[in-house]
Design a protein around this ligand. Structure first.
Ligand code: ADP
Ligand code: MG
Ligand code: ZN
Length: 188
C-alpha cells in the first residue's frame, strides 16, 4: 500500500476476514513498520481476549506486540491522545461505539489501523466491521485456508454447539472454512 502522507490528515485502514486469515499478523507487520519509522504507536485490544496474553496482541503463528488491554472503545480515545498511529485488534468485541472512536481519532490526524472478524459464526456481518468498512479509506480482506478442502476460506465454522455470539476460543472451538464447506448453524 503506497500512502502519500500529508501532515495532519488521518485515515482509517481496516483488515478483516475469518479466523486464522492473518489479520493479526498483518496488523503487527504494519505497526512494526510504523515503529521502525519512529512514529508514536499505541496498540489496543479488548480485555475479554486473553487467549495467548493479557497485554500483547498475539497471532496464531506466535508473532506478538505489546498492547494496552481496554474495557471499552472510549478508553482508546483517552489513551491514544499522543499517538501518531493507533492499532486495534479484535475490533468485533468493541461494538458500534468503535466507529465513532475511530472516526474521531482519524479526524484528529491519526492513522488508525483496525483488525477484526467481518462475519460471526453464523456467517452474518459482525458489527462494527461493516460500518467501519463503509467509512475507511483502505480495506484489506484476508483469507485463511479451509480446514476441509484446502481452498481459500472466508468463514469461521464453530465446531461446538454453543449459541452465544461471542465465545472467545481457538482451534478447539473454531475452524476456517470456505463458502462450500461452511455449514451455518440452524437458526434458533
Ligand atoms: P487471525 O488474526 O486472522 O485470526 P493470525 O494472524 O493470528 O490470524 O494467524 C495467522 C496464522 O495462523 C497463519 O500465518 C498460519 O500460521 C496460522 N494458521 C492456522 N490455521 C490456519 C488456517 N486454517 N489457514 C491459514 N492459516 C492458519
Ligand atoms: Mg487475530
Ligand atoms: Zn472448503
Amino acid at each position: 500500500m503506497n500512502i502519500i502522507r500529508r501532515k495532519g490528515v488521518g485515515w482509517i485502514e481496516v483488515i478483516c476476514g475469518s479466523m486464522y486469515s492473518g489479520k493479526t499478523e498483518e496488523l503487527i507487520r504494519r505497526l512494526r513498520r510504523a515503529q521502525i519509522a519512529r512514529q508514536k504507536v499505541s496498540i489496543f485490544k479488548p480485555k475479554i481476549d486473553t487467549r495467548y496474553s493479557a497485554d500483547e496482541i498475539v497471532s496464531h503463528s506466535s508473532l506478538r506486540l505489546e498492547s494496552i488491554p481496554v474495557e471499552s472503545a472510549w478508553e482508546i480515545l483517552e489513551k491514544a491522545e499522543d499517538a501518531d498511529v493507533v492499532g486495534i485488534d479484535e475490533a468485533q468485541f468493541f461494538g458500534m461505539e468503535l466507529v465513532d472512536v475511530c472516526q474521531t481519532l482519524a479526524d484528529k490526524g491519526k492513522r488508525v489501523i483496525v483488525a477484526g472478524l467481518d462475519q460471526d459464526y453464523r456467517g452474518e456481518p459482525f458489527e462494527p466491521i461493516p460500518q467501519l468498512l463503509a467509512v475507511a479509506e483502505y480495506i484489506t480482506k484476508t483469507l485463511a485456508i479451509c480446514m476441509v478442502c484446502g481452498n481459500p476460506a472466508n468463514r469461521t465454522q464453530r465446531i461446538t454447539k454453543d449459541e452465544e455470539r461471542v465465545i472467545v476460543g481457538g482451534r478447539d472451538i473454531y475452524e476456517a472454512r470456505c463458502r462450500k464447506c461452511f455449514k451455518p448453524p440452524k437458526k434458533p
